[in-house]
Write a protein that binds this ligand. Structure first.
Ligand SMILES: Nc1nc2c(ncn2[C@@H]2O[C@H](COP(=O)(O)OP(=O)(O)O)[C@@H](O)[C@H]2O)c(=O)[nH]1
Ligand SMILES: [Mg+2]
Length: 455
């Protein structure tokens, strides 16, 4: 997979039928391979769309042209001005899986190898076309299910995060250079940098990293989504609220207590967050064995939730079960929702609770915002999510820890400068790992196997 001497081929468009399907060939011989399968008599012009046909390979008489498979548009992107940085030919055919597979087969017969998952993007990384953050952003962009996820991924693809890290790394590099000069020429009687100044500059780097990491929890939520579990005693309107939030009659609603027995879950774009909403069986002493299992599953789902929506019926006095659920979930991240606001109120809507009516839709938009706010811990979360990938977060946290240790040691002037220097250099290693200037095959393997073939 890490060899780039050969040429690879794959269908680049999703499986299934469509108006157009694209076969992509990349590698040193991609032009020769393409010319061998295309009818076009002349050399493909760089970056021009050429209308031509693809021929079937004739196994018995390889010297004779086989039958045409499809009419296509072929485009040749010479290195390094291509997606992978290598010579690339893209063949746009009609979007039939049969036709596209046939084109892949003739390309293979002409010398191409079938690409591994993510291999085109891996080659873009190996050829220096993209750094690792950008390569990972491609996968995130393709996997995005909300516009906000797409925006964060595209920002990273554009290099916003890379730039921030390079900026901090640049300052760190200068600092290390001055410190090394001090160590290398101790007899000059001149200190290139005083320990207090080292401490001050290192602390400044720690603060910059902290600012970057401050948005990390939100970024991770945006990238990975969250699970919100609806809890409450029977008949308070959990399923009705669930349906209102997911915008479909997904869960069965009746006035019979104990209607919902299994977990019902649905994916929703909640104010930009990819949320998995889970409706559960009501919280009570269950009547029969099926409902008992439902209640057990509900408890498990509650334990796994990023946020609990604890629903109470505002038109009725609080029950023992309501009180018990509130006590049980006091330590969890939760949002208390008072439903049935359209009915005469039995208790008032106080403090942190959100008042809604699943029946009239009153307060549902506010509830959406409240859920997003509870999950992200802020109202202004959309603009602060530069970093979202757990790999990046972990490495930047390690870099920050190394820098903090260096700052402390320099400030107290207790450790020899060599130790401070070692910590600073450790931080640089982590920066290199984030952008991929330093990686192991294991890490790359792990990252690129998330991609599908053709990407
Ligand atoms: N008036 C009124 N009735 C509601 C509201 N939400 C749910 N209900 C009714 O309450 C009953 C129980 O609803 P359901 O969603 O099945 O509750 P669950 O057992 O908690 O899932 C049904 O008859 C619903 O029509 C609401 O906001 N206002
Ligand atoms: Mg229900």
């Amino acid at each position: 997979m890490f060899a780039t001497g050969d040429s690879i081929v794959a269908v680049a468009t999703p499986p299934g039928r469509g108006g157009i399907g694209i076969v992509r060939i990349s590698g040193p011989s991609s032009l020769e391979i393409a010319q061998a399968v295309l009818e076009h008599p002349r050399r493909l012009r760089a970056r021009y769309a050429t209308y031509t046909r693809v021929r079937q390979a004739d196994r018995e008489r390889p010297s004779r042209p086989g039958r045409a498979i499809d009419e296509v548009i072929a485009t040749y992107f010479p290195a390094p001005h291509s997606y992978t940085g290598e010579h690339v030919v893209e063949i746009s055919a009609h979007g039939s899986p049969v036709v596209l597979q046939a084109i892949v087969s003739v390309a293979m017969a002409a010398g191409a190898r079938l690409a591994e998952p993510g291999e085109f993007t891996l080659r873009a990384f190996l050829s220096g076309k993209r750094d690792l953050i950008q390569a990972e952003a491609v996968a995130d962009l393709i996997a995005a299910v909300t516009p906000l996820q797409a925006r964060v991924a595209f920002d990273q693809l554009e290099g916003t995060l890379t730039e921030r890290i390079r900026e901090i790394d640049g300052q760190l590099f200068d600092l290390i250079a001055r410190l090394e000069a001090s160590l290398d020429f101790p007899d000059e009687g001149y200190h290139f940098i005083e320990p207090q100044e080292t401490a001050r500059q290192t602390t400044c780097l720690v603060e910059q990293l902290d600012r970057l990491l401050a948005g990390a929890r939100r970024g991770r939520l945006i990238r990975e989504g969250a699970t919100v579990v609806v809890a409450g005693r029977p008949n308070v309107g959990k399923s009705s609220l669930f349906n209102a939030l997911v915008g479909a009659d997904r869960a069965i609603v009746t006035d019979i207590a104990g209607t919902t027995r299994d977990l019902v879950s649905e994916h929703v774009d909640l104010d930009g967050l990819a949320v998995t909403m889970v409706d559960t069986a009501g919280w009570r002493e269950a009547a029969d064995v099926v409902e008992r299992e439902g209640v057990r599953r509900a408890a498990r789902a509650r334990a796994a939730a990023d946020l609990l929506m604890v629903v109470l019926d505002r038109s009725e006095p609080m029950t023992v079960e309501d009180g018990q659920l509130l006590a049980d979930t006091a330590a969890a991240r939760r949002l208390v929702v008072l439903n049935k606001a359209d009915l005469p109120a039995s208790h008032s809507c106080s403090g942190a609770a959100v008042c809604v009516s699943a029946r009239t839709g009153e307060g549902i938009d506010e509830l959406r915002r409240a859920i997003a706010r509870e999950l992200t811990g802020s109202d202004a979360w959309r603009d602060t999510a530069a970093i979202s990938n757990t790999r990046h977060i972990a490495l930047l946290e390690q870099a920050r820890d190394s820098l903090s240790a260096a700052a402390r040691a320099a400030a107290e002037n207790r450790a020899p400068e060599e130790f401070v220097l070692a910590d600073l250099q450790a931080a640089r290693v982590h920066f290199d790992e984030v952008v991929g200037a330093r990686t192991t095959e294991d890490v790359l393997q792990h990252i690129f196997e998330r991609f599908c073939v053709g990407k």
